[in-house]
Design a protein around this ligand. Structure first.
Ligand code: ZN
Ligand code: FE
Length: 255
C-alpha cells in the first residue's frame, strides 16, 4: 500500500479520511465534515495537506472546507458537474477522469443516486475506494436526488472493483444497517457473523470501517438485489434487479 489512510470521526456519525503518500509525504483529505478534528489529525502527524477531495455537496461532507483550506492552502477537488453547489473548486473533475495524486492514479467513478453529482475516488494502487454516501458498510445512501436505477448502476460500478478493495464510506451507520440487513436475509450466515462483529465493535467504540468489498458482496443487501435467493425471500422472484433494489431501499427508508 503506497498510502497510509487515517480514519477521522467527525460530527455525530461522519467520517473523513487522510490519505498520506508514503514516498512524497503529500496528504489528501476525503470529505470535510468539520475542520477541528481534521486539523488536529494533521498536526499530530506533522502532515501537510495538499488536497481536499469531495464526494458530494451535502453540508456534512463540505462544512469544514473553508476553514481547512484557509489553514492549509490545500487545493479543493470535486465533481465538475456539481461545481455550482460545491465549495469553490481548484480542480473540477469529470466523471471517468483519472486524477493524479503524488504520482499515483486516482480514478473518479460516477456514483449518482444519493445526489446526482456524487463521485467516488478509487486508488487502485492502494486498493481503496472512498464512497461517501453511495456504497456504505452493509448499506447505501438514501435516494435524495437520483433514481433507484441510477443507484443500482452506481453500486454495480463499485461492485466491479477488485474484491479485495477496501471501502471507506462517509458514515458510521453499520450497526443499524446490519439490523436491517438481517430482516432481508435472516439466514445469511456471513451476515449473521458480520452483524455480531459490528455490534461488538460499536459497543467498544471502534469504527466498523473500512470494510472489504468481498464482505459487502456477501452481506450487503443493496448489492444483492440481483440474487434469486434474495428476490425469492422478498416474494419478487419475477422482478428485475432494479425493482428489487428499489424495494429494499424503500424498506430501509421505513426501517
Ligand atoms: Zn450526503
Ligand atoms: Fe452524509
Amino acid at each position: 500500500m503506497p498510502h497510509d489512510i487515517v480514519t477521522i470521526p467527525c460530527l455525530s456519525d461522519n467520517y473523513a479520511y487522510l490519505v498520506h503518500a508514503r514516498e512524497s509525504g503529500e496528504t489528501a483529505l476525503v470529505d470535510a465534515p468539520e475542520a477541528a478534528p481534521v486539523l488536529t489529525a494533521l498536526k499530530e502527524r506533522g502532515w501537510r495537506l495538499a488536497e481536499i477531495w469531495l464526494t458530494h455537496h451535502h453540508h456534512d461532507h463540505v462544512g469544514g472546507v473553508a476553514r481547512i483550506r484557509e489553514e492549509t492552502g490545500a487545493r479543493v477537488v470535486g465533481a465538475a458537474a456539481d461545481a455550482h453547489r460545491l465549495p469553490a473548486l481548484d480542480i473540477a473533475l469529470p466523471v471517468g477522469a483519472r486524477h493524479r495524486f503524488a504520482g499515483a492514479p486516482v480514478a473518479v467513478i460516477g456514483v449518482p443516486g444519493h445526489t446526482v453529482g456524487h463521485i467516488a475516488f478509487h486508488l487502485p494502487g492502494s486498493r481503496a475506494v472512498f464512497t461517501g454516501d453511495s456504497l456504505m458498510a452493509l448499506g447505501c445512501g438514501r435516494l435524495f436526488e437520483g433514481t433507484a436505477e441510477q443507484m443500482w448502476a452506481s453500486l454495480g460500478r463499485l461492485a466491479a472493483l477488485p474484491p479485495e478493495t477496501l471501502v471507506f464510506p462517509g458514515h458510521e451507520y453499520t450497526a443499524n444497517n446490519a439490523r436491517f440487513a438481517l430482516t432481508i436475509e435472516p439466514d445469511n450466515a456471513a451476515l449473521k457473523t458480520r452483524a455480531a462483529a459490528v455490534e461488538k465493535a460499536r459497543a467498544a467504540g471502534r469504527p466498523t470501517v473500512p470494510s472489504r468489498l468481498s464482505e459487502e458482496l456477501a452481506t450487503n443487501p443493496f448489492l444483492r438485489a440481483n440474487l434469486p435467493a434474495v428476490k425469492a425471500a422478498l416474494g419478487m422472484a419475477e422482478c428485475t434487479d432494479v425493482e428489487v433494489f428499489a424495494e429494499i431501499r424503500r424498506r430501509k427508508d421505513a426501517f
